[in-house]
Design a protein around this ligand. Sequence first.
Ligand SMILES: [Zn+2]
Length: 500
Amino acid sequence: MSSILNQESIEKIIELCSNKSLYICFTCIIRYSNLREIFMLNDHNDLLTFCKERLSNKNLLNILEKRFINDENKLCQSCLDLLNAEYMMIKAKEIAGHVSTTKFTIDEFQLHICLPFILTLRHLYFCKLFELNPEKVINVKDVIKTFITIPIEKAIQAQHSTTGNYVIELKFDHSQSTMECEKLMQTCQRNVFSPKRFKSSSIVNHAAICRLFENPNNQIVKQFELASIETVCTLDVCISREPIYIAGRYRKLSRNLSQTPWFVNDGNRFKSSVQEKIFSGVTAYIKYSDIKFSSSGREDVDVRMLGTGRPFLIEIINPHWSNDDNNIIAKIKEFINQTHQDVQVRDLQFVPRNESQKLLKEGEQEKSKTYQAICCIDRPFTESDMNILNSVKDLVICQTTPIRVLHRRTLSDRHRTVHSISARPLNVDELIDPEWKEFLSHMFCISIVTEAGTYIKEFVHSDFGRTRPNIGSLLGNCRADIISLDVLEVKLDWPKVIDN
Ligand SMILES: [Zn+2]
């Protein structure tokens, strides 16, 4: 596609500015003439060469060249000199300085740019003056990105990438910003809004400024005079790392440990938790500003999580660790497993950010779970009882919301499928005391595979008849109770199994 460098529109821009004694820089003139090729060029020099090759009007070119070297030594009233070549080089060096003060070894980075309100105001003002659609004019942010990226890349010796692990955030600010925006709001709103409305919308923000300019009754260009720019923008640089995600499976071997922290009575003491114990391993090796835990479902405080464990995901916000540490996952795993007897982890691994949350939630809702429970009934457990339970196949049960969760769940009837039960009596031969033998003959162990979301305890003890059928009703209306419960398996093909 051949380039369009519109001589007439450049002339018009220069003329309209000079009529109002406004000064805009070389780059802004080209920007308002909407030369899209700007994004194919490396820097300001390229842009000047590009213009020289295509403009036939020597006089016009002369003006542009003078603006390029800024012979009047003025600051641009549109971009506040943000697009000045020299300013950009200085800022690139400043950014490199910031990078070197962090301990990050940046290989790929994203660039986030935040600009002051005054820039929005001035962009809209000049678009109105030049009778241009502000949405269609090349904006300052895109030009900054185009021209500053390469100098930053060179200065910090890293590649820019939209998926980079590090984020360099550039926050430009200008002292005139709030003052000028407020002045504009006051000047224009008097004619447009009622006094009441004027009060409520006096807060300066991007949307409010846009609304002012969109209003056709506002004669902003006539009413409002842009002040000259005396100072350049200040720059705050913030360097952070994108969150990282570590997935794994945990086994909980205690019947007195909750998955997440919870406060006891007075609200000051809180009991330790699976989450905390897993975090301890991360904290030992990675610095971060925040950390979040999620898992594929959860078990009660008194329920153990056995078998291969329950899948979990940790999100680490703004993480930081020594880059030469390749074994960090192995170290975290070892720390957790050696420090805590009641929580063990496996299959620990870094996972990509996008899919993980979704996979975890899917597992919670769709997959079946396998439990093991020690139960007892009010009479000896017989072989025929065992046969009844073993013959259960895809039994649909109805569970009215259990009493113990009624304070946080709505009251309703839910249908869940018990896929299978495998029952066996407890081995009592080793017990010598006949009283114990008598008691143990009432006890049995079941392995039970159910649809996710089934309340196992209630299926055993019936929850005062709120779960139907239940173990007691299946065994001919005896009373049944549960002594202990373990989760044996949470079926989910995520994360990848790496420890066998
Ligand atoms: Zn400018």
